[in-house]
Design a protein around this ligand. Structure first.
Ligand SMILES: Cc1cc2nc3c(=O)[nH]c(=O)nc-3n(C[C@H](O)[C@H](O)[C@H](O)COP(=O)(O)OP(=O)(O)OC[C@H]3O[C@@H](n4cnc5c(N)ncnc54)[C@H](O)[C@@H]3O)c2cc1C
Length: 617
């Protein structure tokens, strides 16, 4: 049977691609899911795989030719010859066939599936396009069977949880030749980050920023567009599309790297066994190593029940069906301020109640103060140094009772929605950890040593479920480091150089030490600051709030920390992360030629300012 290989959907606005390279030639045998041709667009390079095992027929287009989405690239004669054996599988292992399809259910042997395959291809994040192509997936993971039954399939590594920690660990381990499965109970891969965290929040932040800029910022540029209207349903739909593309991208990467998705809730029933309870029952799988990457979940205050309608967590706040008149945010941390910004830009009055007398504990105090001023200027109200006593709800809305953290008379605030953003806790329930002796720390996180090993041999943990900042990139880097350690390499995470970003406008970004800590420790340091109001590009953008602050050792000039409040701070911090990773001095940064006019020039000027020689202030 002849099956067409077509140009997949390549993204929202991409209609054509260039045929960069044929990876297989006519007459060559191809395995199902084996890449046959490489396409390039201005955004991404994508490998297109054969939907079926067989022999490649004629190529319809030559290298260098431009092809439209949906165009036929080549045909494959399904069932002709024998598909190549997977490199990482035993020599006798057959290529996947419909009968031995992996438990992802995403193995696509039929022509009808070709387009589905293509759409999955289209969802590959640009950054993933360079991932090395490992062997096609070995046949693994049979349908769920009766509880306690032991699966025929053993793995080198089973990871519980497919968030940024788990899925990245799975991909790296598979690249290194391990046979890997990842257990995920959610209907889609990608964890908190891709489903209900980083990605949907950034989608709404971007949309609301566009809305706000169109409504309030365009006129200053001489652009008159009349009344700006909000289509909230469309905004949510776009967010869902962004999430969908990302979670499908992870599913594609699993397939591409031969990682098996075991669908269901995982429990460690013995030191080398994971029981997976899915739709069809429970089934056990053995593994040489097990990784707990079960992430974190939002918490509430005592006596405050989240109903995701009037009293919402971040998950509910990402799904509000209308713009609240008054949103009260409990907690002045990153998530509260990001989601508060979203709804404020869309028209809500937003009041933030924070127990401490400052915002975002952990970031540089001077930056936090300036950030508070900028958000206040935008209209956000703050009740710092206040605690919530109770929240009462009725059909008319919610009434929040607060009083000063130090005590005093109470006052009430009426709101239609209350967002509880007071922190997150490690997810360890239902994993069977106590039964097998995996120790937790005083905060309920899985205790690990410097190699992510838990108190039970062969069981490891990474990401939000262990100590450290609850950040997606920290989880990812731990996943990579652990996978490398498991094969005897020297995996490493530099915890001193992990950037943290708040994606409001302006953004806030920080890395390394904060000034308060240096002071407290008696470190001899110097400070260099440069305001965006003196940066040409920031003026051109009409975005001059904020500054770059660099902390360096007074004697050695080595960079100790950097903190930015300003436009695109989250991107700007990468330069300083690179510099710090290489042990650079402030002078090193100052001597790098920075393009003009860019926001990065403010970084260079702040580095110069550590020696009192900034040029443009
Ligand atoms: C609203 C919001 C915005 C955020 N924005 C950012 C941001 O911009 N940048 C950033 O760096 N971080 C951000 N974060 C934090 C980020 O999401 C987390 O740090 C990151 O997701 C942690 O990754 P993880 O792999 O440790 O766990 P998670 O992403 O939490 O994934 C854990 C997965 O394990 C699964 N699981 C749990 N138990 C089981 C079980 N027994 N069996 C099977 N599966 C199980 C869960 O279903 C989940 O899918 C945000 C978080 C939220 C809530």
């Amino acid at each position: 049977m002849s099956i067409e290989i077509k140009v997949p959907t390549l993204g929202e606005s991409v209609t054509t691609a260039i045929v960069a390279k044929w990876l297989k030639q006519p007459g060559e045998q191809v395995a199902a899911d084996e890449a046959v041709v490489e396409l390039e667009t201005d955004k991404v390079s994508v490998e297109v795989s054969s939907p079926s095992a067989g022999v490649l027929g004629a190529q319809a287009v030559a290298e260098g030719a431009e092809v439209e989405v949906g165009a036929v690239l080549a045909t494959v004669e399904a069932g002709s010859g024998t598909a190549p054996v997977a490199a990482a599988a035993p020599a006798s292992a057959p290529a996947p066939t419909p009968d031995t399809a992996s438990s992802t259910g995403s193995y696509l042997p039929q022509p009808a599936s070709a387009s589905a395959n293509a759409s999955v291809q289209a969802d590959v994040p640009a950054s993933s396009a360079q991932v090395a192509k490992p062997a096609p997936p070995a046949p693994t993971g049979a349908p769920a069977a009766a509880a306690g039954e032991v699966g025929e399939t053993d793995y080198d590594l089973i990871i519980i949880g497919s968030g940024p920690g788990g899925y990245v660990c799975a991909l790296r381990a598979a690249q290194l030749g391990l046979k890997v499965a990842c257990v995920e109970k959610r209907a889609t891969l990608g964890g908190t980050c891709l489903n209900i965290g980083c990605i949907p929040s950034k989608a709404l932040l971007q949309s609301s920023e566009n809305f706000h800029e169109a409504a309030t910022g365009f006129a200053a540029h001489g652009i008159i567009i009349g009344e700006v209207k909000l289509d909230l349903a469309r905004m949510h739909a776009r967010k869902a599309e962004v999430v969908g593309a990302n979670v499908k991208g992870v599913e594609f990467l699993f397939k591409k790297n031969g990682v098996t998705w075991l669908k269901g809730a995982g429990r460690i029933s013995a030191a080398n066994t994971v029981e997976v309870s899915g739709e069809g029952g429970a089934k056990s799988f053995r593994a040489k190593s097990i990784v707990i990457a079960t992430g974190s979940d939002s918490i509430s205050l005592p006596g405050l029940a989240i109903d995701e309608k009037q009293i919402v967590s971040s998950t509910g706040a990402l799904e509000l069906e209308s713009v609240p008149k008054h949103l009260v945010v409990i907690g002045g941390g990153v998530i509260g301020l990001e989601l508060g910004s979203v709804w404020m830009r869309l028209g809500a009055k937003v009041t933030v109640i924070e127990y401490l007398d400052r915002l975002v504990p952990g970031i540089d105090g001077e930056v936090a103060k300036a950030f508070e001023r900028v958000l206040s200027k935008q209209g956000m109200k703050f009740k710092l140094g206040h605690k919530v006593i109770k929240v009462e709800t009725s059909d008319a809305g919610a009434v929040v009772t607060v009083e000063k953290a130090k005590g005093g008379t109470s006052e009430t605030i009426e709101a239609d929605i209350v967002l509880v953003a007071v922190g997150r806790r490690a997810v360890t329930d239902g994993l069977g950890l106590a039964e097998i002796g995996v120790a937790l720390d005083e905060k309920g996180r899985v205790k690990t040593d410097g190699h992510y090993a838990t108190s039970v041999a062969g069981i490891y943990a990474i990401g939000d479920v262990i100590d450290g900042p609850m950040l997606a990139h920290k989880a990812e880097d731990e996943g990579v480091a652990l996978a490398e350690m498991l094969v005897g390499q020297a995996g490493h995470v530099n915890y001193g150089v992990i950037p943290a970003v708040i994606y409001t406008w302006p953004e806030v970004a920080g890395i390394g030490r904060i000034e308060e800590d240096l002071k407290a420790e008696g470190v001899d340091y110097k400070v260099g600051k440069f305001p965006f109001s003196a940066n040409g590009r920031a003026r051109a953008m009409n975005s001059t709030d904020g500054f770059v602050k660099i902390l360096a050792d007074r004697k050695t000039d080595r960079l100790l920390g950097a903190h930015i409040l300003g436009p695109d701070a989250g991107t700007l911090i990468a330069e300083l992360a690179t510099a710090m990773e290489f042990g650079a001095s402030a002078e090193d940064v100052a001597r790098i030629c920075h393009a003009h006019p860019t926001l990065n020039e403010a970084v260079k000027e702040a580095a110069l300012a550590t020696e009192g020689r900034a040029l443009h202030v």
